[in-house]
Design a protein around this ligand. Sequence first.
Ligand SMILES: [Zn+2]
Length: 243
Amino acid sequence: MSTPNISEELKKLVELQKMDRQIFELNRKQAEVPVLLEALQKEFEDKKTTYKSLEESKQKMQLRQKEKEGELAAKEEGIKKSQGQLGQLKTNKEYQTKLAEIESLKADKSIIEEEILKLMDEIEQAKSSVENEKKALGGEEKIYNDKKRVIEEQSKEMQAALQALEGRRKIASADVDKKILQMYEHILHGRGGVALVSVINNSCEGCHMRVPHQVIHEIKMYHHLITCESCARILYLEEDVQP
Ligand SMILES: [Zn+2]
């Protein structure tokens, strides 16, 4: 096995790293897609909750109206029954008592009637609130679907870009010395998609720590790959990889 030409290998790695930065960035964005979609859905579900609670409260009032109408019918029945009994009473005292009973039933009846009227008003208001909320929700649903579609389309575009990049990467990486590629990829996955960094103003581009002159000298020798003492990424000099 021949010794790789380090300078040439570095030039290949620079190209590979350009692609890998994009690949890592696209993968990071793709991983966010389900989180974004879930948040969007939750936001819409929360808006549905307002509509549901308004609808429920309207139904409760309608149920209460039915109950009150039942009570009203019972009172009317009671009044009719007591009025029918009036003719069969023997004493004036019994008669007066029955009349008082009828009056009391009538008073109860008129209270229930007022309650029913009040409920009917409230139900009318509730119905209009439910209608308004339903319309608003229709608008929200459209916004939700539009936003969802945008995210899904972007995700598809990213997927296509990723596939293209990965195809190009496969070809480019086949040309790199196997051991160097292995080392590069090991660092790449351990260091968030950045394995190769340049030395800028005597500092590591990856971690910004100072790179000693001796290390820069070693890079320039091109005997083997030199890594940063702080972040362990492979170092290169921009001016030495110009085509
Ligand atoms: Zn570093």
